[in-house]
Structures are given as C-alpha cells and as structure tokens.
Ligand binder design. Structure first.
Ligand code: HEM
Length: 350
C-alpha cells in the first residue's frame, strides 16, 4: 500500500527546509562577526533595514554612538532576522491548522503547539543575543534552540508523511541505544556552540595534539563557568588561552565519544537489517568529523565552518530519523490485516 501523506505535510516540509536555511544564516552571521551588526532589536538602528542615506546614518550615529554602522554586517544580521520571522509565521500557520483539525485522525496537535512556543522563545533569545552583547550562554542556547526547532519540524514532517514505519519488532536495547546516541549528539552540538561562542576554534591549531602536547595547560573551571559575566561586549571572546583550550579539548574528546557510540549504533543497525539507516549514519558521522578536523587544520575557513554547522544539523536529523523509525508512535492500519497498536507491537485484526 502506498503511503498517503496527511494534510499539512508539504507545509511542514517547507518549514523544515526554511529552518535549515535560518540555522545556516545564523551560523553565517556568527562566523562573519555580525552578531552585533544591528545594536538594537527587532529593528536595525531603529529602521526596518540597515541605515543607508545620510539622514538615516546621522540618526544612527546620534542614537548609537558606540556602534558605528557597518552595512555588510547589518545586512547579514537583518537577513537572518527576516528569514527567522518568516519561519515563525509558517510555524504559526502549522499550529493554527493543527488546532483547527483538533488532533482528529491521528493528526499531531501537541507537536505544532510546542513548535510555536519554541519559536517564540527563540525570538526572545535572538533579542538577548543582541542586548546581552553576544553573552556565550545566550548565543549557545540560541544555537541549540535553532537545532531543536529544525529537528521538531523534521519530526512533524515525518509524522505527517504517512510513511509506514518498519513492521519487524525492534529490540528495546536498540531503541535505548538510539535514544542515548541522540542525547549524546545534542550534547556534542551544545559543546560545539560553546566552542564557537567563546571563540575557541583556534585555541589549538595542531591535531591530534594541542600546542604540541597531548594534554596542554587547561582551565576547565573558567572555560565552563556557566554563570560568568565578563563583558560588556563579548565579540571576539573574553576568556584567556587556557580556558579556551579546555573548551576546545572538550569538544574534541566529545567527538571521540560520539564517534564510538555512533559506530556501535551503526553496527547494531546493520545486525538488525537496517543497512540504509546505518549507511546514512556512517556517512553523516564521517563528513562531520572530517569537517571538524579541517576546521582545525585550515584555521577555520568560513566555508568549512559553515559546512561543519550544516553537518551537525544533518547528523542530528539522521538520529531523529533513526529514532523515529525504531518507534511506532501512532496506530496505523495496513493491508495485510495487521494493525500496529503500540510501540512496535503487532496485533492481528479482523
Ligand atoms: C562528531 C561530531 C561533531 C559534532 C556533532 C560537532 C558539532 C559542532 C557544532 C554544532 C559546532 C558549532 C558550529 C557553529 O557555531 O556554527 C561545532 C563547532 C566546532 N567544531 Fe565540531 N562537531 C563534531 C566534531 C568535531 C571534530 C572531530 C572537530 C575537530 C577535531 C571539531 C571542531 C570544531 C571546531 C573547531 C568548532 C568551532 C567552529 C566555530 O567557531 O564556528 N568538531 N561543532
């Protein structure tokens, strides 16, 4: 039986693609040091675009003397905001449609509502990113929120796609392993955000050693002092070299842990006949580790840093897909007279 998609599927898919673009634009803004390209929010020096003519530039100088206009950085920031705003509207439409359908016929309701709440929180974090002048805690939370929005939209698309999940029983251990892998990858993404927002990417420029040593001088207490408030302006980073080294090394060690765990998961998927999922996982992992290594050895070229961000998103989506495939969230009728009644179990009907 060919799977039939549910209403809202195409819109959810468009929103997922747009979320990926917004995440990439956010990374571009961060990596081009344009996070403070507009010193206010939601406007830019009080305008809906970047100040251009003489009167607007004079207004900007009068009201924001400490932040001279840099048109390119301003546009990087504003383009990200406009695309993020459009994504918010799209999610609001998805939520309104879900409310109208009232969760009938297995249509998701809680997920679109959770997405709406999340995108509103993201808007607030976007504002704090600017008003708290790139405080790393806020920048990292904003990055994680972006990845969460993307993953949940992808999950919504999967649930609306109507594709039948595999029928064969799945071992609870395999499901638990996949769930653990998802959590660990989220942790690694958070660490990556912390590296980026603390400008620790080039804290070590050799690999696998750092400063020519296997374990150089590090300061974990300051590197992970989450309530620290050094400022006032965090652009370019404020931590000293040893604290940045600690952050950088943690992300490397995290990558080793992630790789080992994902390799075990891939082997288990293969053993359970899920070779395509295993292949996808290995491909995403290999690409992400290679891009991470290239980031270090080539001293963070913009294109590689952007691709590493995209790779993190791809790895996350692959894990969402695997976890979804290993679970059976809704009752689905199938031709053979078998009905899927609960997570992975089969019952004959009729
Ligand atoms: C294995 C899975 C990995 C994941 C999921 C991951 C994820 C991430 C993410 C999400 C970021 C933040 C990007 C941004 O802010 O735009 C990041 C940053 C970074 N990662 Fe990874 N990473 C992984 C492996 C590695 C490896 C193996 C290395 C190198 C040894 C590495 C080096 C870096 C560096 C240098 C940055 C900072 C880039 C910047 O400042 O923008 N990563 N990582």
């Amino acid at each position: 039986m060919a799977p039939t998609t549910r209403p809202g599927y195409r819109l959810a898919l468009c929103a997922t693609a747009l979320a990926l673009l917004v995440v990439m634009l956010g990374a571009y803004t961060r990596l081009t040091h344009a996070g403070l390209g507009c010193p206010d929010w939601p406007g830019c020096y009080g305008f809906i675009g970047v100040p251009q003519n003489e009167a607007q530039l004079a207004h900007a100088e009068r009201h924001f003397p400490e932040a001279p206009v840099e048109a390119q950085k301003g546009w990087n920031e504003m383009v990200h905001r406009y695309f993020a705003g459009s994504l918010g509207l799209l999610i609001a439409v998805l939520a309104a449609q879900a409310i109208r359908r009232g969760g009938r016929d297995g249509q998701p309701l809680k997920l679109p509502l959770a997405l709406l709440a999340l995108v509103l929180v993201q808007a607030a974090f976007g504002m704090w990113t600017v008003t708290l002048k790139l405080w790393p805690q806020v920048v990292s939370a904003h990055l994680l929120g972006g990845f969460a929005t993307l993953s949940l939209l992808f999950l919504l698309s999967l649930r609306l796609s109507g594709a039948l999940p595999p029928l064969a029983g799945v071992l609870p251990q395999l499901r638990a392993l996949a769930a653990l892998a998802l959590v660990v990858v989220i942790g690694q993404i958070a660490l990556g955000g912390w590296v980026s927002s603390n400008y620790a990417a080039v804290a070590c420029v050799d690999l696998p050693t750092c400063h020519g040593e296997w374990w150089p001088a590090t300061d974990f207490a300051n590197g992970f002092h989450l309530t620290q408030h050094i400022g006032p302006n965090y652009l370019g980073g404020q931590l000293d070299s040893e604290a940045r080294t600690a952050i950088h090394l943690s992300h490397r060690l995290g990558a080793v842990l992630v790789s080992l765990l994902l390799l075990v998961l891939a082997v288990q998927l293969l053993r359970h006949g899920r070779s395509r999922l295993a292949g996808l996982l290995l491909l995403a992992l290999l690409a992400q580790v290679s891009l991470g290594v290239a980031n270090v050895l080539l001293h963070l070229p913009l294109a590689v840093a952007l691709a590493h961000n995209l790779g993190g998103a791809a790895l996350l989506l692959v894990l969402v897909l695997i976890n979804y495939r290993l679970r059976v969230p809704v009752a689905l009728k199938v031709d053979s007279g078998l009905r899927l009644v609960a997570r992975g179990s089969l019952r004959r009907v009729g």
